[in-house]
Design a protein around this ligand. Structure first.
Ligand code: DGT
Ligand code: CA
Ligand code: CA
Ligand code: ZN
Length: 585
């Protein structure tokens, strides 16, 4: 039993960071606080089997971990809990840790708020802000009071939603479990996850079988259930240990397609389709489709529902009532079908990836190898530029050294087109981060905002326009700077800047990192109208990060794009020509 309760390395790192925060809030010595932060980092970077290390009594051999931390780690690994941990946790009220989730509030500030005003919870902090008691504190002001209020607002707004990456992992666990139950004919994930929304409220799993009991049993025995919230013959709901809700619905196989359509949503789409049925005196719901005489129309597949209603099948991603029903009716009237949307296999390579040259975790060679393993035929590195010192930005000399290394790597990957780029910070005035002649030597240049997020809208727009018009600029990286469930993008006239990108032939990035998915899918239609070219780039900081392309493709599908509408689906020759179009220097 003790083995199952043992903490993993990741959990230990997280706990160390949290304990460091608690110590700092409680006013412990800076020396002790730093030991926890450094220990977490040391352990995170250490590679090896932690359990054997503990069993051999050699935890202190990890540089940066002293006797005290080693004791804690041993207890966590061997017993899954620790008295010393509980002691530290008892130093401050638990609810104070919620304050750390507010953007811009670190342990130092939380300590002041707690010490000076005895505030212990988010609600109390909100009240204090509204009464202007925070701005009177040393080190705070009107601006920080406003930004705390905004942070609290965001915290509430984002509560209970999840990144697609996490939701997909949880969903897979439950789907695999129910799929393998004997008697199960169909099983699929529905809801927002099937529609490729950028964030997910809860997961909806749908199963078609005549025998619901074993399905429910299999569902309830999946590992990592925190709480069973409802348990019934055909409907159950649990909360996973990650805090994600999972709904299970079990229907008879004949009702699978109408149920899949219904639980895929969106609600708005469902309402419109139901209206269409009603207009001809029919009835449509999650159980099936009936004509004016009350006779059930056969609907073994979703396609059949749409066909009966004189429509082409609509890809789930597009079911948001944003014109897809009209298009489907039109397609059907011309006996046409929806053009296939882009798929992962269409992607032939990527730009905008980091390596150990700046803040990536893998070497350039490892990244190229991983890209080659994914079957890609081109790969463009783009580390951070010199102003991004926090991220190990490259000096002009380092750029030249990197070029030499890339040349060497080229020899070992003759089937790949390897490009040297840079992710250049857009400086506060909109200029780029190297002299023009240095930029001109690169194969491509991504321009991104990493600072001065809060410029007024007109200024921010002018700043970015400046960068987009620079002759060296190839790609506009993570255009709005939003971080899903964390912060909104900076204030800009996005429509105008997209038109500038079109004019300058700058590729607009669809950043595939699950925290970004920036450009937002809602701009898909406008992008096509303006003739802007979109590239799906992973912004990878590790070999694993290259796989984030999956999420970018999901968003491109939601934009309704096919492979001809994404630059990095081009073959290498075409692609190089396209890059040179905007690399005008
Ligand atoms: P989420 O979970 O907030 O990310 O978004 P959804 O779309 O997955 O929403 P959810 O889980 O509440 O419900 C799944 C689907 O079930 C939803 O997309 C459409 C359908 N549905 C749920 N409630 C209603 C309703 O009141 N009317 C209609 N027409 N459809 C509904
Ligand atoms: Ca859902
Ligand atoms: Ca649901
Ligand atoms: Zn960036």
């Amino acid at each position: 039993m003790s083995e199952t309760s043992s903490l993993s390395k990741d959990e230990i790192c997280k706990t160390l960071v949290e304990l460091g925060h608690i110590l700092e809030i409680s006013g412990s010595s800076p020396f002790k606080v730093r030991a926890f932060a450094n220990g977490a980092r040391a352990l995170e970077n250490w590679q090896g089997d932690l359990v054997s290390l503990v069993q051999d009594g050699k935890v202190t051999s990890i540089q940066g971990i002293g006797k005290g931390l080693a004791g804690l780690i041993e207890e966590w690994v061997l017993e899954g809990e620790s008295e010393a941990e509980e002691e530290i946790r008892s130093l401050v009220p638990e609810s104070l840790l919620d304050l750390l989730k507010i953007a811009g509030l670190g342990p130092k500030k939380v300590r002041v708020i707690y010490e000076e005003l005895e505030i212990e919870s988010v609600d109390e902090l909100e009240e204090a802000c509204q009464e202007n008691r925070i701005q009177a504190l040393a080190g705070f002001g009107q601006t920080s009071e406003n930004s705390i209020l905004k942070g609290i607002n965001n915290l509430r707004r984002f509560a209970g939603r999840h990144l697609v990456s996490q939701a997909r992992a949880v969903a897979q666990r439950f789907l695999d479990a129910v799929k393998s139950v004997p008697g199960v004919e169909r099983a699929e994930v529905a809801g927002s996850l099937r529609r490729n929304r950028e964030t997910i409220g809860d997961i909806d799993v749908l199963v078609g079988t005549l025998d619901p009991i074993p399905v429910r049993e299999a569902f309830m025995s999946v590992e990592g259930i925190r709480e069973v919230m409802a348990e019934g013959e055909t409907k159950s709901r649990i909360l996973s240990e990650e805090g994600v809700g999972v709904d299970l619905r079990v229907v008879e196989p004949v009702a699978f397609a109408p149920a899949l359509h219904y639980f895929t949503g969106s609600k708005e789409h469902n309402t419109r389709l139901r209206q269409r049925a009603r207009e001809r005196g029919w009835k449509l719901n999650e159980y099936g489709l009936w004509d004016e005489e009350g006779a059930a129309l056969p609907t073994p597949e979703e396609q059949d529902i749409f066909r009966h209603l004189d429509m082409a099948w609509i890809p789930p991603e597009l079911r948001e009532d944003l014109g897809e029903l009209e298009k489907a009716a039109d397609l059907h009237s011309r006996s046409a079908e929806w053009e296939p949307l882009i798929s992962e296999q269409d992607v032939k390579g990527v730009l905008h990836c980091h390596s150990t040259w700046s803040d990536g975790k893998a070497t350039l060679r490892e990244m190229v190898q991983a890209a080659s393993d994914l079957g890609w035929v081109y790969y463009g590195t783009a580390d951070h530029s010199r102003t991004a010192s926090y991220a190990g930005g490259l000096s002009i000399e380092q750029l030249a050294e990197q070029r030499a290394e890339l040349e060497e790597i080229r020899g070992d990957f003759p089937h790949m087109t390897l490009l040297q780029g840079i992710e250049s910070d857009i400086l506060a005035d909109g200029s780029l981060d190297y002299p023009d002649e240095v930029l001109a030597e690169l194969d491509y240049v991504v321009v991104s905002v990493h600072s001065s997020f809060s410029l007024p809208r007109a200024e921010q727009t002018a700043r970015i326009e400046n960068a987009l018009r620079h002759p060296a600029t190839t790609v506009w990286g993570h255009p709005t700077g939003r971080l899903l469930l964390q912060r909104d993008g900076y204030e800009i006239d996005l429509d105008y800047l997209l038109s500038v990108a079109a004019e300058e032939k700058v590729i607009v990035e669809l950043n595939a990192h699950p925290r970004r998915l920036d450009l937002d899918w809602r701009w898909g239609r406008r992008v096509l109208e303006l003739g802007v070219d979109i590239g799906i780039h992973p912004d990878a900081h590790s070999t694993q990060g290259l796989r984030d392309v999956e999420y970018g493709v999901a968003v491109a599908r939601k934009m309704g794009f096919n492979s001809s509408q994404v630059t990095n689906c081009m073959n290498p020759e075409e692609y190089l020509k396209r890059l040179n179009l905007c690399h005008k220097s």
